[in-house]
Design a protein around this ligand. Structure first.
Ligand code: FES
Length: 178
């Protein structure tokens, strides 16, 4: 093999015979920097490539998520819930607990049940026209979901409802701002 900068190996004491440890450490001191620089460049290239690929993946994923049609889910039948009653359901994911309340003969409201303070489940109190959070006495307006008292500062996310042929459907989530 032709001796080049890359493959040159010289015994430290200048002898032709190479000590046994040279088999495990075949790189000379001056080559060491060169290899380290090359490895570092390779590392930087691969890291940059992984970063760019990750950004592309996040971008494409969020594009598809935005294009997804809102999930429509049947909550209950109109005649299965009386005025002043409530029903807990999951929407849009099984772990997203929501609460549906019948305000009067015609009107229903539904909110994500997680309190906007520290996520304790809120409990509707239709007689007092509010939803109560038992953890820190947070209070939300039943008709709008807006915070009225206690630590919560943000309204409850409202579940958009649609009533068709005697069935109540959840058709979307409306993130509310004060
Ligand atoms: S978690 Fe609801 S008031 Fe604190």
């Amino acid at each position: 093999m032709k001796e080049t900068k890359e493959n040159k190996t010289v015994a430290p004491n200048g002898e032709a015979e190479q000590p046994a440890w040279r088999r495990d450490f075949p790189i000379d001191w001056e080559q060491d920097n060169y290899v380290a620089r090359r490895d570092f460049t390779k590392f930087l290239t691969l890291t940059s490539f992984a970063f760019v690929a990750g950004q592309f993946w996040i971008g494409i994923k969020s594009l598809f998520q935005k294009q997804k049609l809102p999930l429509i889910k049947q909550v209950t039948k109109v005649n299965e819930i009386k005025v002043g009653e409530s029903k807990v359901f999951s929407y849009p994911l099984p772990e997203d607990k929501c609460v549906l309340v019948r305000l009067d003969e015609q009107n229903f409201v539904a909110y994500n049940q997680a309190c906007t303070h520290l996520s304790c489940p809120v409990i509707p109190d239709p007689k007092a026209d509010c939803l109560r959070c038992p953890c820190h006495q947070g209070l939300f307006d039943l008709k709008t979901g807006r915070p009225m008292a206690g630590p919560p500062r943000r309204p409850l996310p409202r579940i958009q409802l649609e009533i068709r042929e005697g069935q109540i459907y959840a058709i979307g989530v409306e993130e509310q701002v004060i």
